[in-house]
Design a protein around this ligand. Structure first.
Ligand code: 5GP
Ligand code: ZN
Length: 137
């Protein structure tokens, strides 16, 4: 897509610090990392988010993300990482080209996972939510 930042990076029209490339995927360092080594794994073809990305490509993304995650851990000395995927604006997605975050994590680095709010299910609601999701798969 012409005005997509990640398409431009993939075409070499914008600079990036590339760590991996194959026919279908490129991975490069995030410009605004949560920790050093924060890497983005991006399909070369433009899809708005993982939800629109074809299954075979998602499978490849998963395998390559796992492979690169091990390298990120070795390179940074981290023992843990978060894999992050934001699908849609309300989830925090700001670049609307599929990408998976690999975020190396360190003890005491100051980040917390999202905490549960006071969301509780009403009487019988959890069963109906589970059923609705199952019926839509
Ligand atoms: P999102 O919130 O869409 O999942 O995350 C987008 C990520 O892309 C952010 O972490 C942001 O720092 C990163 N980003 C935005 N623009 C650029 C850019 O031009 N180059 C690189 N390498 N990363 C970018
Ligand atoms: Zn794009």
């Amino acid at each position: 897509m012409a005005d997509c930042v990640f398409c431009k990076i993939i075409k070499g029209e914008l600079p990036s610090y590339k760590v991996y490339e194959d026919d279908l995927i490129m991975a490069f360092l995030d410009i605004n990392p949560i920790n050093k080594g924060h890497t983005l794994v991006v399909p070369k073809e433009h899809y708005k988010s993982t939800l629109e990305t074809p299954d075979d490509l998602v499978k490849h993304l998963a395998v390559i993300t796992n492979k690169i995650s091990r390298a990120v851990l070795k390179a940074t000395g981290a023992r843990a990482c978060n894999i992050g995927i934001n699908n849609g604006a309300e989830s925090g997605q700001i670049i609307f080209h599929t990408h998976w975050h690999i975020m190396p994590r360190f003890a005491g680095d100051g980040y917390e996972l999202w905490k549960g709010k006071d969301t509780t299910y009403g009487e019988g609601e959890i069963e109906s939510v589970a059923k609705k999701i199952a019926d839509n798969i």
